[in-house]
Design a protein. Structure first.
Length: 230
């Protein structure tokens, strides 16, 4: 079970010159954006950029990659990209396996993977079937008994196993627990995360060096009690 005291304002501190920027591009319109936005707002030293897709954007895997390229890569056709990408910065593309009616996602995901491998500090992270698998592991230490490839099933599972449902204003504090749980349950099958698995713990491991100490201090101040369910 988990107990969290009421929300309280975070102490803001001065920016750190050492903090690299982590650019996160996700195709979700609510939960993904709200989750990562927590870290953007958590501390002014944290350099995490989250791109929230507009409903009119192309939100296919390749469409998301093109958006990231437009925002990051400068060339003759794109002389003024939105972000000034430095050598130690990272780009993360966050995708779900959740199939569309044309079964076009997995081939596109593979293309995105290949493009990321060609570039320094570009990474792909996948959840099967949806981002809620990552949220699930913030409190649950093992996979559910009943696995499903339906996104709505995982949304209901998250809401039913986390008291009050997942709250992006406070539950991201449990990112270290989620990282451990997701890694312990991770299996790769045919180059893709197995059902009920997520690679987002790799992205979490990139974020944690920027926020870990502050997260742990906040946990202590809130008196948060963490007990992963088994």
């Amino acid at each position: 079970m988990i107990m969290i005291l009421p929300n309280r304002p975070f102490e803001r501190v001065a920016p750190s010159r050492e903090a690299r920027t982590v650019y996160i591009f996700c195709e979700g319109t609510r939960r993904e954006f709200d989750y990562f936005k927590y870290f953007v707002e958590f501390d002014s030293r944290i350099k995490v950029e989250v791109h929230k897709l507009d409903p009119h954007d192309n939100n296919s895997p390749l469409g998301l990659l093109k958006i990231a390229e437009k925002y990051i890569i400068g060339d003759d056709e794109n002389s003024n990209p939105l972000y000034n990408f430095e050598d130690d910065d990272q780009v993360w593309i966050v995708l779900d396996v959740d199939n569309d009616i044309y079964n076009s996602r997995e081939p596109q995901i593979e293309q995105v993977r290949c493009e990321c491998l060609k570039r320094k500090n570009w990474f792909l992270t996948i959840s099967n079937p949806c981002f809620e698998v990552w949220l699930y592991y913030h409190i649950n230490a093992v996979k559910p008994v009943e696995l499903s490839n339906r996104g709505d099933h995982w949304k209901q599972l998250v809401d039913s196993t986390i008291p009050g449902g997942f709250d992006s204003r406070k539950h991201p504090l449990l990112i270290e627990t989620a990282c451990e749980n997701a890694k312990n349950n991770f299996l790769l099958k045919e180059n893709m995360p197995d059902l009920g698995c997520t690679e987002v713990y790799n992205l979490a491991n990139s974020i944690l060096p920027l926020v870990g100490d502050k997260l742990r201090r906040e946990l202590r101040k809130l008196g948060m009690v963490i007990r992963s369910t088994t």
